[in-house]
Design a protein around this ligand. Structure first.
Ligand SMILES: NC(=O)c1ccc[n+]([C@@H]2O[C@H](COP(=O)([O-])OP(=O)(O)OC[C@H]3O[C@@H](n4cnc5c(N)ncnc54)[C@H](OP(=O)(O)O)[C@@H]3O)[C@@H](O)[C@H]2O)c1
Length: 335
């Protein structure tokens, strides 16, 4: 299922911001090339194809899914459509890389996984962080005991976007909310380092129209009582760090979603700084992982397996279900 040059033939669904970033990344790797793009509009598909030198543009997603010159589809639509678009491609026999979060809830993720399993196809949530050199170094250092036994972890991702009810981040119909869009990164870091998490509590602040969360903080407990404090925000800039604390020191990553630097502070020693920039805009690493896995006949990436996407989706379902922790206005509290 590769072209004559040994590379994967990619198709892209959606022509928005992240689709352009991913195309820039694909350009920087010899492991794949884009053969077709699909948009809801023929004109937008054509414009995108012209921008990136793609031979075929489809004015419809179903046409892209059926395109015989496509091996793997990158689903880059807003989260409420990840489920239906990924299923459409899997049912057409295509491998799928789907943007994060994998879907709106765990049930949808389970259905996507079932479709990939029954079709013997590759499916992966685009959790690109896991393939970045600095992140991988941090994982190795912790596994090698550099900071001793892990005791606690904190991570956050917050950006300050002006409130606009039509913006994807704030519009519930477009899958809005800080948790699904941004919180997925600190949560993914926590599940990667700690495994299964128990949600101890969560606080959420809502948008002015009270439709989606703008700030969410989760307190969770990993195996052995390791604590995780995880925050995200769409209306505040946060430092964006991840800090892992062990019995013999602590390790810090500069940006939880795309780290380039790891600093290890070991008790009684000078801090050690490791610079590990990613290539290009960073998405090239996940694109290469997809190519590697498909070439090896794998259905899942060992670093972002289906069980991880299911675990993340379940956790985010739980956080949103912890209704008693949602901010209440003074009237309802008093009443
Ligand atoms: N990995 C990352 O770093 C990263 C960064 C940003 C976003 N993302 C993820 O990527 C996904 C898309 O985000 P984005 O920022 O690229 O969004 P965006 O700029 O709004 O683009 C989304 C695209 O999806 C298509 N689409 C299909 N149905 C749509 C609908 N009902 N409303 C709006 N657009 C629709 C549109 O393409 P056509 O009109 O051409 O069909 C649109 O251009 C999200 O799930 C987000 O979480 C990931």
């Amino acid at each position: 299922m590769t072209d004559g040059e040994g590379g994967l033939r990619w198709g892209v669904i959606g022509t928005g911001g992240i689709a352009h970033s991913f195309l820039e990344a694909l350009r920087a790797t010899p492991t794949g090339r884009v053969t077709a793009v699909g948009s809801r509009s023929a004109e937008r598909a054509r414009t995108f194809a012209d921008t990136w030198g793609i031979a075929v543009s489809h004015g419809g997603y179903a046409e892209l899914a059926r395109d015989e010159d496509v091996d793997v589809v990158y689903v880059a639509t807003p989260h409420p459509w990840h489920h239906s678009h990924a299923l459409m491609c899997l049912e057409a026999g295509k491998h799928v890389l789907v943007e994060k979060p994998m879907a709106m809830n765990a049930l949808q993720v389970a259905e996507m996984v079932a479709a990939a399993r029954s079709g013997g196809l590759f499916l992966m949530e685009a959790m690109w962080t896991r393939y970045l050199p600095a992140y991988r170094l941090a994982r190795d250092l912790v596994a090698d005991g550099m900071i001793g036994r892990l005791c606690s972890l904190s991570a956050e991702f917050g950006i300050n976007v002006p409130f606009d009810p039509d913006h994807r981040l704030f519009n519930a119909e477009l899958g809005g909310g800080a948790l699904l869009d941004l919180g997925v990164y600190p949560l993914a870091l926590a599940t990667d380092f700690l495994g299964d998490l128990t949600i101890v509590g969560a606080t959420r602040q809502l948008s002015p129209d009270r439709m989606v969360d703008t700030h969410t903080t989760v307190l969770a407990r990993g195996e052995g009582g390791v604590a995780a404090t995880l925050s995200c925000a769409s209306r505040s800039t946060m430092p964006g760090r991840a800090v892992l604390v062990g019995t013999e020191g602590w390790l810090e990553m500069d940006r939880v979603w795309a780290p380039t630097e790891v600093v290890v502070h070991r008790d009684g020693r000078e801090p050690e700084v490791f610079h590990r920039p990613y290539r290009g805009n960073g998405y090239v690493h996940e694109a290469e992982e997809v190519a590697r896995c498909v070439a090896r006949g794998l259905s899942q990436s060992p670093d972002m397996p289906w069980s991880e996407s299911l675990r993340l989706a379940r956790l985010m379902d739980l956080v949103r279900d912890v209704g008693g922790f949602v901010d209440q206005d003074a009237e309802s509290v008093a009443g």
